[in-house]
Design a protein around this ligand. Structure first.
Ligand code: COA
Length: 188
């Protein structure tokens, strides 16, 4: 699986998901520096330092190239060429064929079904293109939009790590959702 040629673009009806490039940094910065986004992401600080976006993009490119993490910029066809969010398969474990799904999109694009569309493409990429057996996601509790997306694709709630992170001045529970290839195949 590691030697396989990896596509750098995934396409759906309204979206083009593509490997990031350094020109994406300003657009990502403009969208991620929002408390309502960082609130739900463990590695994203608030306030968000400007140079962090470029660092993130450069790391994402390097990790994509060595197949350790597949981060796709989310671009909306006919609206924006720059990425307005990202979706990734990270912590790719080739031996055990599993990876973690993560995503965010700028607030002005919420509620239009974009992330559902992006997740569908990335699940297909994970299970069919790179041959994963299991994809999982970690979600802070009280993030119903994210849980809803996962459940729509058949992800199963597997458990909770209680008070794992201290964020927003409070201890936050962290939920794990998992999806096996056989469950995905049945649902698609
Ligand atoms: C979570 C997030 C990615 C959703 O993106 P989106 O493009 O708005 O998602 P979609 O429109 O595809 O789907 C959202 C679903 O959640 C539902 N939803 C939204 N808010 C909800 C709420 N408060 N309660 C219950 N369901 C809710 C929507 O109705 C939709 O379900 P439906 O298709 O059955 O109607 C986006 O809000 C985001 O980037 N949030 C901040 C970062 C984040 O939470 N990332 C995930 C970390 S695990």
């Amino acid at each position: 699986m590691k030697s396989k040629k990896i596509p750098e673009r995934l396409e759906s009806k309204r979206l083009l998901l593509r490997k990031l490039n350094h020109t994406d940094a300003p657009g990502l910065y403009a969208n991620i520096r929002d408390k309502e986004i960082s609130r739900w992401l463990s590695g994203v600080p608030y306030p968000y330092p400007k140079d962090l976006a470029l660092k993130f993009v450069l790391t994402a490119i390097a990790k994509f190239e060595n197949k350790k993490r597949f981060t796709f910029g989310i671009t909306i066809k006919g609206i924006k060429k720059e990425a307005v969010g990202v979706i990734s398969l990270e912590k790719v474990d080739y031996k055990n064929k599993n990876a973690m799904l993560g995503y965010w999109i700028g607030k002005k694009y919420w509620g239009k079904g974009y992330m559902t569309e992006a997740v569908k493409e990335v699940l297909s990429f994970g299970f069919e293109t790179i041959g994963l057996h299991r994809i999982y996601a970690n979600v802070y509790s009280e993030n119903p939009a994210s849980e809803r997306i996962l459940r729509k694709f058949g992800f199963i709630f597997e458990g909770v790590e209680r008070e794992k992170f201290f964020k927003e001045g409070e201890w936050q529970d962290y939920l794990t959702y998992g999806l096996l290839k056989k469950e995905y195949s049945k649902a698609m």
